[in-house]
Design a binder for this molecule. Structure first.
Ligand SMILES: [Zn+2]
Length: 455
C-alpha cells in the first residue's frame, strides 16, 4: 500500500512536464492514381439469408448507405470544380442485389465492394474494420471488403487483473461507423494513404474519436462512434494525385509541375514559439527556361492574397519558407504556384494555435460510478466507461503506454482494457475522502502512462 502512495506523488510531478505542449505536424500519404477513366463500382449485397447477424432490411440499408457514402466523394470532388465541366470526376455505381448476382456480368466492374462479418484470418480480428486490395499491375481495379460485425468488450479475470478484450457480438455495427469505413476504404481505392500526425497520441485521439479527425484517411478504431466526414483536405489530396483531368486520361496534357507540395498539411504553432512552413516543387524539364521565376500565391483565411517570386535552380527545383508565429492568422490557407502561365494544383494548409488541454473536474456521475464500483455494486465495465469519459473530456490524458504504442500504426488498433485489482482500493480512498480528487486523477494517469491500466 505504501508503494501505491509513492507512485501517486511521483505521478504528480510527471504530469506537469508532459502536458505542456501540443505542437505537431502531419503526413498525408498519397499512393498515386488508381482509378482510370469512368470507374464502375459494383456493390455486392451480402447474403443475409445465410447470415445470423443481418436481416433483409439491414442489408438493403447497408447497400443504400454504401452508395451514398461513395456518392459523397463524387459530389465533393465535383463541387471543387467551380464553373468547369465536372464529368472528369464521374463515378458509376451499380448495386447488385442478391437476386441479380447469379447472372451478373462482373467484367464491367472496376471496384468491388463486398461485406463480411469479420476478417477470415484471426490475426486481423478487431484490427481491420475494412480492407482495400489493389489488383496486381496498374489496372485501376481494386477489391474493398467492409466488416460489419459489431465489436464489444468481453470480460475475463485472474488473480491480479481484470481484462476487457475486444470480442465480436452477433449483431451489426452502427451504420455511421460502417459509413466512415466505406468512405475511408474508398479513399484507398482512389489512391490515398493514411493521414498521420507525427505525435502518436494525436493519431490515437483521432482513432478513438476523442478529437475529431481532420481527414477521413486518419486511422479509426472500433471505439470511434463519430460520423467521420470527407474533408476539403481529402478532396485536395485526391486532386493533387489526379490533376486537372480528374479520372480521365491525360492525353497530350502539358505538365509544368512535376511536384508541388508543403512540408505539412497542418501547422500547430506552440505558444511563444515559431514554426516554419515550407513549400517546394520541381518544374518539368521540358518546360524549364533559365531565368524565369515561379510565382507563389497564398490566400489567407481572410481572403488576403500574397504573391512571392522565387528562383528556380538549374534542376527545376524551387522552394519557399514562411515563418509562422503567434500573430499568424489561424485557419485554412490556399497555396498554388504559377510558371509560364501554367498553374499548379492548389494545396490547402491549416494553421492552428497550440491546443492547451483544459483540466476540468470529474463529473458527479463518474464519481458515483467509481464509488459504486469500489463498493462492488456495479461491474468493471461501468468503471471503464467512467474512465473513458474522463479521457474524452480531457481530465485524463490518453498519452499511452508503450504496449499500446507498439500495437499502433497499422490499420486499426484493438483497444483492450485491463485493470489491476488494487485500483479498487485507490478508488475507495477517494470516495471516502482519504485522498483528494487530484490525487485520484494523478494516480489513474500514472497507471495509464505506465501501462498498468490499459484503457
Ligand atoms: Zn486505411
Amino acid at each position: 500500500m505504501k508503494n501505491t502512495i509513492l507512485g501517486l506523488s511521483l505521478a504528480f510531478v510527471l504530469l506537469f512536464s508532459f502536458q505542456s505542449s501540443f505542437g505537431y505536424t502531419v503526413n498525408y500519404e498519397k499512393w498515386g492514381p488508381k482509378i482510370k477513366d469512368v470507374s464502375t463500382v459494383c456493390i455486392i449485397e451480402p447474403d443475409y439469408l445465410k447470415s445470423e447477424i443481418l436481416t433483409e432490411s439491414f442489408s438493403k440499408r447497408l447497400m443504400d448507405e454504401t452508395r451514398i457514402s461513395i456518392s459523397e466523394w463524387e459530389v465533393q470532388l465535383k463541387n471543387f470544380e467551380r464553373g468547369r465541366d465536372k464529368s472528369m470526376w464521374d463515378i458509376n455505381q451499380i448495386p447488385i442485389s442478391l437476386e441479380q448476382q447469379k447472372d451478373f456480368d462482373y467484367d464491367q466492374c472496376h471496384i468491388f465492394i463486398k461485406f463480411k462479418e469479420k476478417p477470415d484470418s484471426q490475426d486481423e480480428w478487431y484490427k481491420l474494420l475494412g480492407k482495400t486490395v489493389y489488383e496486381i499491375g496498374d489496372t485501376g481495379r481494386s477489391d474493398i471488403t467492409i466488416y460489419y460485425d459489431n465489436i464489444k468488450f468481453c470480460k475475463t479475470e485472474d488473480k491480479d487483473w481484470i481484462y476487457f478484450d475486444p470480442c465480436y457480438e452477433a449483431k451489426p455495427r452502427l451504420m455511421q461507423q460502417i459509413q466512415s469505413v466505406v468512405k475511408h476504404e474508398f479513399g484507398h481505392a482512389l489512391g490515398l494513404g493514411h493521414f498521420k500526425a507525427d505525435k502518436l497520441d494525436v493519431s490515437i485521439a483521432w482513432a478513438r474519436g476523442t478529437i475529431t479527425a481532420p481527414s477521413i484517411m486518419a486511422v479509426f478504431s472500433h471505439q470511434n462512434l463519430n460520423e467521420n466526414i470527407i474533408t476539403p483536405k481529402d478532396i485536395v489530396a485526391v486532386r493533387s494525385i489526379y490533376g486537372e483531368n480528374g479520372f480521365l486520361p491525360d492525353d497530350e496534357k502539358i505538365i509544368t509541375f512535376d511536384s508541388f507540395e508543403t512540408s505539412s498539411d497542418l501547422f500547430v504553432i506552440p505558444k511563444g514559439e515559431l514554426a516554419v512552413a515550407s513549400v517546394e516543387g520541381v518544374i518539368n524539364k521540358d518546360r524549364y527556361i533559365s531565368g524565369i521565376q515561379v510565382d507563389i500565391t497564398s490566400i489567407d483565411p481572410n481572403h488576403l492574397v500574397q504573391n512571392r517570386k522565387v528562383r528556380v535552380n538549374s534542376e527545376g527545383g524551387f522552394s519557399f519558407d514562411k515563418i509562422l508565429n503567434e500573430n499568424t492568422v489561424n485557419g485554412t490557407y490556399t497555396i498554388f504556384a504559377t510558371y509560364r502561365n501554367e498553374k499548379s494544383p492548389e494545396i490547402l494548409v491549416e494553421v492552428q494555435p497550440e491546443i492547451i488541454e483544459l483540466k476540468k473536474g470529474i463529473p458527479n456521475w463518474v464519481k458515483n460510478t467509481v464509488g459504486w464500483w469500489a463498493e462492488d455494486q456495479i461491474d468493471e465495465y461501468q468503471f471503464i466507461l467512467g474512465i473513458q469519459h474522463l479521457i474524452l473530456i480531457g481530465v485524463l490524458n490518453p498519452e499511452s503506454s508503450e504496449e499500446l504504442k507498439a500495437g499502433y500504426l497499422e490499420e486499426n488498433i484493438p483497444f483492450g482494457v485491463k485493470i489491476p485489482r488494487y485500483v479498487k482500493q485507490t478508488s475507495l480512498w477517494w470516495t471516502e475522502g482519504k485522498i483528494s480528487e487530484q490525487e485520484f486523477i494523478d494516480g489513474i494517469q500514472y497507471l495509464i502512462k505506465k501501462g498498468y491500466l490499459v484503457i
